[in-house]
Design a protein around this ligand. Structure first.
Ligand code: ADP
Length: 165
């Protein structure tokens, strides 16, 4: 039985689609580690410590969730932590190819490790961090898309940016 699982992501920033996946995955395992990863392929809007802080705040109501960050290779990190599964969220067909490729590669590197896919909550199927950032850059309403403290952080970031132009 898998007791410990890891939900990795960039969480730049965390949004309610992520929180929904975390709440549902937390019911499947004794402990769920949400791991904020430094993704070298993406330049983040928020630095690692801000992302970590926002994920902690957004998940503090779930008692069996802990939040960490890592810049290690995912499978190595998961093995070091002694976890038996990786949790990923799946939105549409768009996510599938990429997630399928990563899951198979991870399975090749760590055959004992399972990847568990949680289907997006229906009302969050269109939601992505990229979309949230784009909306925020236009000063659009973010309620019901991100946790309150993320909305404040986004407003502050883009307000500052606008102010400096
Ligand atoms: P990454 O850079 O690893 O893709 P993200 O922070 O964008 O990190 O996403 C982390 C995980 O959450 C991924 O598995 C992604 O598919 C999933 N995810 C993102 N948005 C949603 C959503 N609206 N519903 C369900 N899962 C999602």
């Amino acid at each position: 039985m898998v007791k410990l699982a890891v939900y990795p992501g960039s969480f730049d920033p965390i949004h309610l689609g992520h929180v929904d996946v975390i709440e549902r995955a937390a019911k499947l395992f004794d402990t769920l580690i949400v791991a904020v990863f430094v993704n070298t392929a993406k330049t983040p809007l928020f630095n690692e410590s801000d992302r970590l802080h926002m994920v902690r705040e957004a998940t503090k109501h779930i008692s069996n969730v802990s939040v960490e960050s890592s810049d290690d290779l995912l499978v190595r990190y998961v093995q070091k932590r002694g976890a038996g599964a990786i949790v990923r969220g799946l939105r549409a067909v768009l996510d599938f190819d990429y997630e399928f490729q990563i899951a198979l590669m991870n399975k090749k590197m760590a055959p004992d490790l399972e990847t568990i896919f949680i289907l997006t909550g229906e009302k969050y199927s269109y939601l992505s961090s990229t979309l949230v950032k784009e909306l925020a850059s236009y000063g659009a309403e973010l309620k019901n898309l991100v946790p309150t403290q993320v909305e404040l952080a986004l407003n502050e970031k883009f307000y500052r940016n606008r102010g400096s132009v």
